[in-house]
Design a protein around this ligand. Structure first.
Ligand code: GLN
Length: 533
């Protein structure tokens, strides 16, 4: 088994996930069977309970795993579906070890970090890597963090294991001061890594501009990493440009040499895609209305879905981040946009502003895409403003509302006290013939990922349908509404599922694509109207 471990140094947020994904892409497209493992050293069992403000979006896998957003990057670059086993956290490791101890599996021995925790880590890594040629393991956090120590120790031990061929890549920062690229932080970070027994084979040097030869030589001298193993990952506009940037420095050849692999030819499937991203033909501006707008990573899968659309169509998407709270005072922020997207969310804060955005989009026929909470916002907004159900709401936000148009289903109410009411992961969606949704998907069955608790209240469905709403997608029991559209407005669509999670570079989310095409039409219409005024 071949492993490539990617650690990070100096500071967090250097783009380790993008670097890991890009290298995975290059190896997969050279014919290897590649998988990715993300190690998150925090104590949480998974990302499900984490606030997007701290770690960005909670990504959802087919199996319902709520995981770090890097797994989304891997899925997009590898064009594959991963499982919860691909995300290892301290919480998962300790839970397992303590359960084993309670069962008596350790036969009375003292349970310790080394070997019990480290063995559990190694077992999990081996299990996730099984069936592949190469597993790339990204270690979250930065080297030196207390939390990551047991993981780095386990990985160090794996180097001595004769069944494994393991190489280490380290991502560092090259700051610039007085026009000079500074190598000292990299030297220190590698020293830190060496002090725990790991000598890196590759250094990924993050900098604004390309690394100059002098800095490269100096880094090589101080760290014992060959000059060929020093990859300059300078800033580019879009993550999908990174594989090409790394391959221009012959990263594949270098990795092949380290592993003694034969030559392989790269099938660079991103060529036209990246051309379109570099030279878009058109631009639309769409608003993403949310409460976490200072943390763009909270909505990363939507951003990526838009990149996929640009790569396939040449339509660039300029995102205007709109704070939903501002809309309560004025809709000014929405005046100049060509489309409005309301993404998922939990909790009441920001919801009233989203309802205003939904109304504004519907009344002015501005292209609209509602996702998950955005879908529920549509239902609430239409209930209030079309069905005239005053203060209609979701019971998530107002338990005593007179018109609970979004609520728990009776069967959920029964199990509410037991906790597990969240609907997670890939589920079947049935699409009605002769609807906009059918036109968009051209299929009667799709599978999409979910992460929600509340549903359209079945008692109100008839009233909605009489007022011009079409629920064009349902679950296979026809109990849960999945897609909402309007009879007289084909600029408007909302889905209970998270279409953004399954968007892939060469196969973008169909509803996002439709939304952007409509936004372009809308923009052209505005330009035309202005020209004849
Ligand atoms: N809060 C809503 C629910 O739980 C929507 C969830 C979401 O947008 N992901 O149903």
């Amino acid at each position: 088994m071949h492993y490539i471990v990617i650690t990070g140094g100096v500071i967090s947020g250097l783009g380790k996930g993008t670097i890991t994904s890009s290298l995975s892409y290059l190896l997969k497209n050279s014919g290897f069977r590649v998988t990715n493992i993300k190690i998150d050293p925090y104590l949480n069992y998974d990302a499900g309970t984490m606030n997007p403000y701290q770690h960005g979006e909670v990504f959802v896998l087919n199996d319902g795993g709520e995981v770090d957003l890097d797994l989304g990057n891997y899925e997009r670059f590898l064009d594959t579906d991963l499982t919860s086993d691909n995300n290892i956290t301290t919480g998962k490791i300790y839970k397992e070890v303590i359960e084993k101890e309670r069962r008596g599996d350790y036969l009375g021995s003292t349970v310790q970090i080394i070997p019990h925790i480290t063995n559990e880590i190694k077992n999990r890594i081996k299990k996730a890597a099984k069936g592949y040629d190469i597993a790339l393991i990204e270690v979250g956090g930065t080297v030196g963090d207390i939390e990551s120590m047991p993981f780095l120790e386990a990985l160090r031990q794996m180097k001595g294991d004769k069944d494994n061929d393991i190489i280490f890549g380290h991502v560092t920062l090259i700051p610039e001061s007085g026009g000079e690229q500074k190598t000292k932080p990299t030297q220190h970070s590698v020293k830190e890594l060496r002090s725990i027994g790991i000598q890196p084979d590759i250094l990924f040097c993050r900098s604004g501009k390309k690394l100059n030869e002098e800095a490269r030589k100096k880094i090589s001298l101080f760290t014992d990493v060959s000059e060929n193993g020093i990859v300059s990952v300078y800033n580019v506009n879009n993550v999908y440009m990174v594989p090409e940037l790394m391959e221009k420095q012959n990263i594949l050849g270098y990795v092949r040499d380290l592993f003694n692999f034969d030559d392989h030819t790269l099938d660079y499937t991103f060529k036209n895609f990246v051309e379109n991203i570099k030279n878009p033909k058109e631009t639309v501006t769409v608003a993403i209305v949310g409460k976490y707008i200072d943390m763009e990573d909270a909505y990363i899968s939507h951003k990526e879905a838009f990149s996929h659309i640009t790569g396939n169509t040449g339509i660039a998407v300029n995102i205007k981040w709109v704070n939903s709270d501002n809309l309560v005072k004025s809709v000014e922020d929405l005046k100049d946009v060509d489309g409005i997207l309301i993404p998922g969310g939990f909790g009441y804060r920001g919801v009233e502003g989203k309802i205003i955005a939904g109304k504004y989009a519907r009344e002015n026929k501005i292209p609209y895409l509602g996702i998950c909470l955005g879908f529920q916002v549509s239902v609430i907004e239409i209930a209030r403003n079309v069905l005239n159900l005053e203060k209609a709401n979701s019971t998530e936000f107002d338990e005593n509302t007179g018109y609970p148009v979004i609520a728990l289903l009776p069967e959920q109410e029964k199990i509410k006290d037991l906790g597990g009411t969240m609907r997670l992961g890939s589920k079947k969606v049935l699409i009605k013939k002769d609807t906009l949704a059918y036109k968009i998907y051209n299929k009667d069955t799709i599978y999409e990922r979910h992460r929600h608790r509340f549903e359209v209240n079945p008692e109100y469905i008839n009233r909605f349908e009489k007022s011009g709403v079409i629920f064009s997608g349902t679950d296979d029991e026809k109990l849960r509404m999945e897609i909402l559209e309007l009879r007289d407005n084909d600029n408007y669509i909302a889905t209970q599922y998270h279409a953004e999670f399954t968007s892939r570079p060469l196969n973008p989310s169909k509803v996002h694509l439709y939304f952007i095409k409509k936004s372009l039409e809308y923009k052209r219409g505005k330009i035309y109207e202005r020209s004849i005024e």
